[in-house]
Design a protein around this ligand. Structure first.
Ligand code: ADP
Ligand code: MG
Length: 261
């Protein structure tokens, strides 16, 4: 079971949109996908159509050890895509975790108990911070997907993110790799978007995926309907871009067969 964390401590850069739509694209290509919503705001849970009333067990239970991942995972209306939802308890988790044993490894421990063969890939949607929740995601993951918004300050904060990755590698998870950086919310009518995309490529080189996610209103409308954009309108430019990004991403992952073996 591969584990990917979608992380960037900035809010509003497209982490949740990327989690949901990459998850859906992987599920559509036959993979069994688990999305773990690790953001107290619960946008991934809402965007996947799981109402608050239906969120009983959550990622909080995984962290504190009060439920197993098999118990907390719920089916969504996307075939082959399950969710561990987020509940408001999660907003206190960063403080509660401090007193627990192996506080940075709680999610890792929970995911290690997943029934063999139940999921091919876990995608963890991180909150907009570099606190203990994101550290848990990075300690549990083997790879990171980093969305960067095509705006003036895109690269600002990246050095802080890279420092955190180094710290996690040194202390908790030497295997952690950056799978890639995805440029999001690209506006082709805005020359700044193009400039930022060029700058980011100049700075990060091959880490940056070729596929760019455009600014597309369908991507922002879909969550209010409780379905991924890929289902809401699979032909919009945003959905097409996420299909392209997912193909690229699959190419960078170890082969599923090899991993499952
Ligand atoms: P994060 O999880 O990093 O905070 P989100 O994925 O929630 O970011 O995106 C922030 C907001 O922007 C949401 O309202 C989302 O629907 C919208 N959004 C995300 N990606 C796009 C895009 N490519 N085009 C238009 N709107 C987008
Ligand atoms: Mg989010």
């Amino acid at each position: 079971m591969m584990r990917i964390a979608v992380a960037n401590q900035k809010g509003g850069v497209g982490k949740t949109t990327t989690t949901i739509n990459v998850g859906t694209a992987l599920a559509a290509s036959g993979w069994k996908v688990l999305v773990v919503d690790l953001d107290p705001q619960g946008n991934a849970s809402t965007g996947l159509g799981v109402d608050r009333a239906d969120r009983t067990l959550s990622s909080y239970d995984l962290l504190v050890g009060s439920a197993s991942v098999a118990e907390a995972a719920i089916a969504t209306r996307v075939p082959r895509l399950d969710l561990v939802a987020s509940t408001v308890d999660l907003s206190g988790a960063e403080i509660e975790l401090v007193d627990l044993e192996r506080r940075a490894h709680r999610l890792d421990m929970a995911l290690s108990e997943a029934p063999p063969g139940r999921w091919d890939v876990v995608i963890i949607d991180c909150p907009p911070s570099l606190g203990l929740l994101t550290i848990n995601a990075m300690s549990a993951a083997e790879s990171l997907l980093v969305p960067l918004q095509c705006e003036f300050f895109a690269l600002e904060g990246l050095s802080q993110l890279l420092q955190t990755i180094e710290r996690v590698r040194a202390r908790f998870n030497p295997e952690l790799q950056i799978l890639g950086v995805a440029l999001t919310m690209y506006d082709k009518r805005n020359r700044l978007s193009e400039q930022v995309a060029q700058d980011v490529r100049a700075c990060l080189g091959k880490l940056v995926f070729d596929t760019i996610i455009p600014r597309n209103v369908r991507l922002s409308e879909a969550p209010s309907h409780g379905v991924p954009a890929l289902i809401y309108d699979h032909r919009c430019s945003g959905s097409e871009a996420y299909i392209g990004l997912s193909r690229e991403l699959m190419g960078r992952l170890p082969r599923r067969g090899q991993v499952a073996a």
